[in-house]
Design a binder for this molecule. Structure first.
Ligand code: TMP
Ligand code: ASP
Length: 245
């Protein structure tokens, strides 16, 4: 068990708080039940979400680590708190899609649910004031947000994360439609997966019924939000419907 102590709040985001710790190389991330959508215009709470996202993100990051993806994860400290390596966040939202949904469907005028032969990868500039605009590699380089070498690493890691997560969830009766990742730089310049992987940041559809089991239920006022998060937590710990470990 860690002996690191929580110090002052250094940043409060929409869904998480970040605290300094007695270890200058680490932070504590504390997951909240708060939820926002539509660029922060829609606000609410999803009871129990913080604990679920903390647990789920940590279990998924541990699985990714075991499969060669470096992450910021150090240790889960409590129901809502996790010790992570302090990183400088690369200001890019990296979105991988296996199937049309959300902004992709809107932007290109196609229905949701078109399965792609190959995953797509898109980048958005992580900047709330500008509403996280879409950009391409050359834009990201021109803006000095990242380097060619980092982009190459980010692309390779994002696609590896997709392959691993897609397979992981398939075994649990869930189709991974799309998701958003964020990456960070360690003091030595190396790139690690940061932020979270949860129903806030992924679209999950039941493989058989295509029922939505993610934050779209909140974004679209569909009801059953808490139940969907709970269901995903149950599936996480019970591969093949709990028939075998
Ligand atoms: P999009 O279809 O709205 O672009 O979303 C793609 C994926 O990214 C989806 O799984 C939800 C996730 N996402 C975030 O995690 N944060 C965001 O701010 C947005 C817009 C999407
Ligand atoms: N979290 C984002 C916001 O507050 C968007 C989203 O997840 O839909 O606007």
């Amino acid at each position: 068990m860690s002996t690191v102590t929580k110090l002052e709040l250094i940043y409060e985001g929409k869904a998480k708080k970040v605290y300094a710790t007695s270890d200058p190389d680490c932070c504590i991330v504390s997951y909240k039940d708060d939820a926002t959508a539509l660029d922060g215009l829609k606000k609410g709470t999803i009871a129990g979400k913080g604990a679920i996202n903390n647990r789920m993100s940590n279990l998924l990051m541990r699985m990714l680590e075991q499969n060669g993806v470096p992450t910021h994860l150090v240790e889960e400290l409590s129901e809502r708190d996790t010790l992570v390596k302090k990183v400088e966040i690369v200001p890019l939202e990296v979105i991988v899609r296996n199937c049309s949904a959300g902004h992709f469907a809107q932007r290109y005028g196609v229905p949701e649910g078109m399965v792609f032969d190959e995953p797509t990868l898109e980048l958005c500039y992580k900047n709330d004031a500008l509403h996280d605009p879409l950009l391409n590699d050359s834009h990201a380089l021109a803006l000095g947000l990242t380097t060619k070498q980092e982009l190459e690493t980010i692309r390779t890691l994002a696609l590896r994360v997709n392959a691993l997560l897609k397979d992981f969830w398939k075994q649990r009766g869930v189709d991974l439609i799309d998701f958003k990742l964020e990456f960070g730089r360690l003091p030595d310049g190396s790139i690690v997966l940061a932020d979270e992987i949860s129903p806030d940041t992924c679209r999950f559809w039941d493989s058989a019924t295509h029922e939505k089991l993610d934050k779209d239920r909140f974004r679209r006022d569909m009801g059953g939000v808490e139940a969907a998060y709970q269901e995903m937590m149950t599936r996480l710990t019970k591969p093949n419907g709990g028939e075998q470990a």
